[in-house]
Design a protein around this ligand. Structure first.
Ligand SMILES: Cc1cc2nc3c(=O)[nH]c(=O)nc-3n(C[C@H](O)[C@H](O)[C@H](O)COP(=O)(O)O)c2cc1C
Length: 393
């Protein structure tokens, strides 16, 4: 190979920023789980989300984009959980999903969720860079280590012991970041990866936003050390517990690693004209149509021992899990939902990624009914399509 490389005629630059980092909104918003069957609900209700409705994926993604939301976050999933509906069984692969979504959106942060054990970090770095370029610099990477044994088993090796998964993720991310940042060739020699004369061009237009949802002490350290956003399952015992959980994550990042991180969680939205209608609908899809065998399988796989609960607590937990994977509830009229957003903002959350039973009708109602009230309440600025292009100049 020639020692000097001839100059190239183009030098691409970012035309956008990822609003997950740049948005000034007090409550940032995302859409979570559009790429998997049933989203976060564990139900057989026929109007549940069908992941392979590609036109539907585009409709929801474009509406989220045009309404000024900050993130589209897919679930990383390779097989379903069984039960009667095989929740998540039909799912789109997340890098290719993100690339296509990036091409038809304009301002929203486009995230991929990547199981580090399923993809070599150099391939991940290249794919991430491609999505980053397609999006003009709006890419984010949600790093997950895998917890669903049969899913990870599909890739030819048993799932690693819990904390080893994060040691592996540390190295995976080191290789990925080197590929993004280092000019020319590089070597890497670690316990899990060996790279000889690694090379990756082009580089991302913007540094990809890093996200992780670690909940264990080891997982939280990984997130606090490397990531911009901690994506939480909230312990909803009471408001003080939630406040402590959010502050604990921020303090860990600040005190141990000198870093400021955002804290997001996810929610299930059931919006109706009256509280009674919203609760009746929730009861319908959770209690009447819930996929209890799938709920049993998921909670068992997650290691959640419902035996530790009283019967009433166990029932409440199952309800919440079937409703939206135990995300925070945003249930009621638009006014009630805005009050709940106020509470979560006050608790210290920077953003919430939304899920619905039916994403297509759900996001339409949300954008027309809830967003204007969030703006009135000072939780968000009114969004003007096109303003981000100016801001990036
Ligand atoms: C908001 C949120 C989103 C998550 N998304 C995924 C996902 O898409 N795929 C996946 O396999 N795991 C996902 N997880 C699981 C986490 O990556 C992580 O394994 C889990 O929160 C347990 O934390 P730990 O790994 O520190 O024990 C998610 C968890 C949360 C809380």
């Amino acid at each position: 190979m020639a020692k000097t490389i001839a100059p190239r005629s183009i030098h691409p630059v970012a035309t956008r920023q990822n609003p997950m980092l740049t948005s000034k909104n007090r409550m940032k918003l995302g859409v979570f789980g559009l790429n998997v069957d049933s989203g976060c609900a564990i139900t057989l209700a026929p109007e549940r989300h069908m992941a392979d409705d590609w036109a539907g994926n585009l409709e929801v993604a474009k509406l989220a984009d045009r309404s000024g939301m900050e993130a589209l976050i897919p679930v990383g999933r390779w097989r379903g959980f069984g039960g009667d509906g095989n929740t998540h069984g039909v799912n789109y692969e997340t890098y290719t999903w993100a690339a296509a979504i990036a091409a038809v959106t304009d301002q929203i942060g486009v995230v991929t969720t990547s199981h580090v054990a399923t993809i070599h970090p150099l391939v991940a770095a290249k794919q991430a860079t491609t999505v980053d370029h397609v999006s003009g610099g709006r890419f984010g990477l949600n790093i997950v280590c895998g917890w669903f044994g049969p899913e990870m088993g599909m890739f030819g090796a048993p799932m690693m012991e819990h904390d080893t998964r994060y040691e592996h993720a540390d190295e995976w991310l080191a290789v990925t970041k080197t590929a993004w940042n280092q000019e020319g060739f590089f070597d890497y020699a670690g316990k899990f990866f060996n790279v000889a004369q690694g090379f990756a061009e082009p580089k991302p237009l913007n540094r990809p936003v890093l996200i992780n949802a670690g909940g264990s002490p080891r997982g939280m350290r990984f997130c606090a050390e490397h990531c911009d956003v901690a994506f939480l399952i909230m312990n909803q015992a009471d408001e003080d517990t939630m406040r402590r959980q959010v502050k604990g994550y921020r303090d860990l990042a600040k005190n141990e690693f000198g870093r400021d991180i955002q804290v997001w969680c996810y929610a299930y939205v059931v919006q109706r004209d009256t509280a009674e209608e919203a609760n009746a609908y929730l009861n319908y899809y959770v209690n009447e149509m819930g996929d209890d065998p799938a709920c049993d399988l998921v909670t068992k796989e997650l290691g959640i021992q419902t035996g530790i609960f009283t019967p009433e607590q166990a029932q409440a937990f199952r309800f919440h899990f079937k409703a939206g994977w135990a995300g925070v509830p945003l249930v009621g009229t638009p006014e009630m939902i805005v009050e709940q957003f106020e509470k979560y903002s006050d608790i210290g959350l920077d953003g919430i990624a939304l899920t619905w039973l039916d994403y297509k009708s759900g996001i339409k109602d949300f954008v027309s009914g809830v967003l204007p009230l969030m703006e009135k309440a000072g939780l968000r600025e009114a969004y003007r399509p096109g303003s981000e292009a100016k801001a990036a100049e």
